[in-house]
Design a protein around this ligand. Structure first.
Ligand code: BES
Ligand code: MN
Length: 447
């Protein structure tokens, strides 16, 4: 690894580009500015495009007629690093340990973007140009649902005309196993707030006379699943496309023991989920309802004899083909209203939403991607779907009319969204090779 590559990685990681917290807006702007400078420095024409939210970075080479046009996409925003006390080193002060760089965003998504940038840099340095026409789009709002990116894509639809999109923001099934993902789950969010009394009450004076908002919320949330982990919302599974036998068979043959690895990585005492499906099937092809956060009542030290006025929970649903996010939110709302316990009022607020994605890994571009992966990692390529979501990918199809190749570099133990997120330099290096190879493959018109 060249020292300048490592320095670029550290500089990129030092920006606390936390998109969900407005207190960091300026830092996102600084990070976008650094990217623009870096991209101009390697011979692209880069600009920072303002949006109602965080800016988009857009870089191009000189386009020439008769060449394929590739759009690379990634995000420079990161998830909040909390809880800070669980990090072994500060999240925005990258450190290298045993070949792994530790920092928030190391894998998701800065390391993977840098692999694009440095791959391009090396090709430009060697040949003075790329074998393709390039658009590189790096946004700052992926972790909060990419709300302003569809507007950007629509506004610049003609200028962004391309043949294929390439994204490195997904996983590899194991170290050294190149992985092409041909599906993503979608996600849709809402928040529910339950209110009892107009203020917090003395639980001795009023306990037994009025409903407790926290108890009511707990009862309500408990109705979301049955005891076997199946979502109990009426109609929730109606549009789910059943898994096909070839896919189940292919996933059984993958060179990993999903159960063992997930137990080891998570430290959970046992696996749990919908009956009748393997762990990988539950992750990649089945929908879920998750409670991501819950609050209400006294959280401080010691005891406080109080009946809280409010309680709230944040929910998300992971979606699979052919579920529709808006329809699922409607079903969820109906379910919550039907099961609202007596004595409380309830308010439901819809949040962000992004569709699932499914494409053909054996298309011409899909095969080009498999070649590039094989060449970079010198190993057989695994074809998988993913449990995570990248909301904008389905819009690349809807707005720009292109399919997306998901060439991820995230390892199962990368700790994305968790404390001690990390990225191995080995993958930065392989990622650079992979990017050089895919540009070459697509430029040559596919395999
Ligand atoms: N890189 C992830 C998505 C991902 C993770 C794909 C693992 C495949 C495997 C992305 O940055 C992400 O976290 N997306 C969010 C989107 C949400 C906030 C709308 C997600 O999946 O929770
Ligand atoms: Mn993420």
């Amino acid at each position: 690894m060249r020292d300048s590559h490592l320095q670029d990685f550290y500089t990129f990681l030092r920006f606390p580009s936390i998109s969900t917290d407005d207190a960091y807006s300026e830092k996102l702007g600084e990070c976008a500015h650094w990217l623009v400078e870096k991209l101009n420095g390697i011979g692209l024409e880069a600009q920072r495009v303002s949006t109602p939210g965080h800016p988009v970075v857009w870089a191009k080479n000189k386009h020439q007629p008769g060449r394929k046009t590739v759009m690379l996409y990634g995000h420079y925003d990161v998830q909040p690093p909390d809880p800070l006390e669980l990090w072994d080193s500060p999240p925005f002060e990258p450190v290298l340990k045993n070949g792994y760089v530790y920092a928030r965003g190391a894998t998701d998504n800065k390391g993977q973007i840098l692999a694009h940038i440095l791959g391009i840099q090396e090709v430009m340095a060697e040949h003075g140009d790329l074998p393709v026409n390039l658009h590189l789009i790096i946004e700052g709002e992926e972790e909060i649902g990419s709300n302003n990116l569809p507007g950007f894509l629509k506004e610049h639809r003609a200028a962004l005309k391309c043949d294929v999109a390439i994204v490195s923001d997904t996983g590899m099934i194991a170290r050294g196993v190149p992985t092409l993902s041909y599906g993503l789950r979608g996600v849709t969010a809402c928040e529910v707030k339950v209110t009892g009394a107009k203020m917090d009450l003395h639980s001795g004076v009023f306990g037994g006379a009025v409903a407790n908002s926290v108890t009511a919320l707990a009862r309500l949330l408990a109705t979301l699943h049955d005891e076997n982990g199946r979502v109990a919302i009426d109609g929730f599974y109606d549009d789910v496309k059943p898994l096909e036998e070839w896919e189940r068979e292919a996933w059984r043959k993958l060179p990993i023991d999903g159960d063992k690895e997930i137990l080891a990585e998570t430290g959970a005492p046992a696996l749990f989920g919908e009956k009748g499906f393997s762990t990988l099937e539950r992750l990649w092809a089945r929908p879920t309802a998750e409670i991501n956060g819950i609050g209400g009542g006294y959280q401080g030290k010691g005891t406080k004899t109080v009946i809280a006025s409010h309680a709230m929970a944040k929910l998300t649903f992971r979606l699979v083909p052919n579920q529709d996010g808006d329809a699922i939110l409607k079903l969820a709302r109906k379910h919550l209203e039907k099961h609202r316990p007596p004595g409380v009022t309830m308010e439901i607020t819809d949040g962000h939403s992004g569709p699932w994605y499914l494409t053909d890994p054996h298309s011409t571009f899909g095969r080009a991607a498999q070649h590039a992966l094989k060449e970079a990692f010198k190993a057989e390529v695994a074809l998988i779907r993913e449990g995570g979501s990248i909301p904008i990918v389905s819009q690349f199809r809807d707005i720009l009319g292109v399919e997306t190749l998901l060439l991820g570099l995230a390892l199962p133990n990368c700790r994305a969204h968790s404390p001690n997120e990390n990225f191995p330099l080995e993958n930065l290096e392989a990622g650079i090779k992979m990017n050089k190879a895919i540009l070459q493959e697509v430029g040559a018109g596919g395999p």
